[in-house]
Design a protein. Structure first.
Length: 357
C-alpha cells in the first residue's frame, strides 16, 4: 500500500481556466508551463492544452526540449531567451520563439545561420528592473533587429512589478511608458501576465501570458473577477491519533502546548513533500471536508492537526491540505509564502491526472 499523499490534477479545470484567460484578454494567450507547469506537470498540462492554446511559454531551453520530445508541436516561447549564442542553432532546429533582453544579443543573432526567420519577443524594462532593455533603447533595437535579416515577427514584451496591488497606479504607469516607448514601431505587444489579464484591461495587448491564472490558487484574500478554478487538490490521510491532556507539549521545539485536552491527528505530509515548514499554528486544513487547523511543527514527513471537535475523524480520515474548499492562497498566507511556491515545491506525492468535466 502506497503512502496516502496525492496531488490530483484536474485537466478539465486547467482548460477552463485557459479559456477564461482568452475571454478576458481577447487576442492570443500563451499558456505558461515553466517550472514543470508550476509543479503541476509540464508535459501532461501542455498535452491537455495543446488543442486550445495559442502557444506555450517556458523559462529556458531545456524545458522546451522536454516538451518537443514529448510531442508538443505548438509554438513555445523561451521567456529568458538564450544564455549562450550556440543555443540559437537548437532554437532554430526546434522551431522555438525566443525573448531577447540585452542589446548585445542582437549582434549574436546577426552572426548565426538560421533555416527560417526567428520570432523574437523583445523584452523592454518598463519598471520591473529585472530583465529587459531600457525604454529609450526600444525603437533603435527594433530597427537593428530588422536589419539583421534574421527576424520574422517582433513582439514587444514587458512585465509588471505590482499588478497584484489593485489600488496601486504603477501598473498603469508601466503600461503608458511601454506604449510610448514603442509608438510607431508597428509591432505586436504582450504586456499582461495573469493579474494583468484578470484585473488590468488597459494592459491587454496582442498576446497575454497566463501563468498562475491557469492553475487557480486564488483565495478570499486575492479577489479576482471570474475566479479561476483550482487545478491541484493536495490530499493525504490521518495515519495515527493521539489524545493529549492539557498543558502538554506537541512536536519538535515544543512550539505548541495544549490549552485543553486535545485530540491530535497525525497526517502523512511534511516539508519534504512540499508543505511549508513555516506554516503557523492555526493554518487551515480540511478534515473530511470540515475546517480545522494545524497545530505543532511541520516535520519532514508528517504534520499534526486538531481533531478534538471532530469525533468522526480517525485513522484513514481524508485531509485536504489545499485545493477545492481550501484555497492555496490561504495556506500560503499563514506560512508567509506564496501559492506559487506551494505548487512548485510539491514532490513525493502520487500525481493523479483527471480529465472529466
Amino acid at each position: 500500500m502506497s503512502r496516502p499523499l496525492v496531488a490530483t490534477i484536474n485537466l478539465h479545470a486547467l482548460r477552463d481556466n485557459y479559456q477564461l484567460a482568452k475571454r478576458l484578454h481577447g487576442g492570443k494567450v500563451l499558456a505558461v508551463v515553466k517550472a514543470n507547469a508550476y509543479g503541476h506537470g509540464a508535459l501532461r498540462c501542455a498535452q491537455a492544452l495543446e488543442a486550445v492554446a495559442d502557444g506555450f511559454a517556458v523559462a529556458a531551453i531545456e524545458e522546451a526540449v522536454a516538451l518537443r520530445e514529448g510531442g508538443i508541436s505548438a509554438p513555445i516561447l523561451l521567456l529568458e531567451g538564450w544564455f549562450e549564442a550556440d543555443e540559437l542553432a537548437l532554437i532554430d532546429r526546434l522551431d522555438l520563439w525566443t525573448s531577447l533582453h540585452r542589446l548585445d544579443q542582437i549582434a549574436q543573432l546577426a552572426m548565426v545561420s538560421l533555416s527560417r526567420p526567428l520570432h523574437v519577443w523583445l523584452k523592454i524594462d518598463s519598471g520591473m528592473h529585472r530583465l529587459g532593455i531600457a525604454l529609450h533603447e526600444a525603437l533603435p533595437a527594433i530597427e537593428q533587429l530588422r536589419a539583421t535579416g534574421k527576424v520574422g515577427k517582433i513582439i514587444g514584451m514587458t512585465h509588471f512589478a505590482r499588478a497584484d496591488e489593485l489600488d496601486d497606479t504603477s501598473t498603469l504607469s508601466q503600461v503608458g511608458q511601454f506604449r510610448q516607448a514603442i509608438a510607431g514601431a508597428d509591432i505586436e505587444t504582450s504586456l499582461a501576465n495573469s493579474r494583468g489579464i484578470l484585473a488590468w484591461p488597459t494592459a491587454h495587448g496582442d498576446w497575454g501570458r497566463a501563468g498562475i491564472l491557469l492553475y487557480g490558487g486564488f483565495g478570499a484574500d486575492q479577489p479576482v473577477p471570474n475566479c479561476p478554478q483550482p487545478v491541484m487538490q493536495f490530499d493525504s490521510r490521518i495515519i495515527a491519533v493521539r489524545d493529549l491532556p492539557a498543558d502538554e507539549y506537541l512536536g519538535y521545539g515544543t512550539r505548541y502546548i495544549t490549552s485543553r485536552p486535545t485530540r491530535v491527528g497525525i497526517v502523512a505530509c511534511g516539508y519534504a513533500d512540499g508543505y511549508p515548514r513555516a506554516a503557523r499554528n492555526g493554518t487551515p486544513v480540511l478534515i473530511d471536508g470540515v475546517l480545522s487547523q494545524l497545530i505543532g511543527s511541520v516535520c519532514m514527513d508528517m504534520l499534526t492537526v486538531d481533531i478534538t471537535y471532530l469525533p468522526q475523524a480517525g485513522i484513514d480520515t481524508p485531509v485536504r491540505l489545499w485545493g477545492e474548499g481550501l484555497p492555496a492562497a490561504s495556506v500560503a498566507a499563514s506560512a508567509g509564502t506564496s501559492r506559487y511556491e506551494l505548487f512548485c515545491h510539491v514532490k513525493r506525492a502520487r500525481f493523479d491526472y483527471q480529465d472529466s468535466g
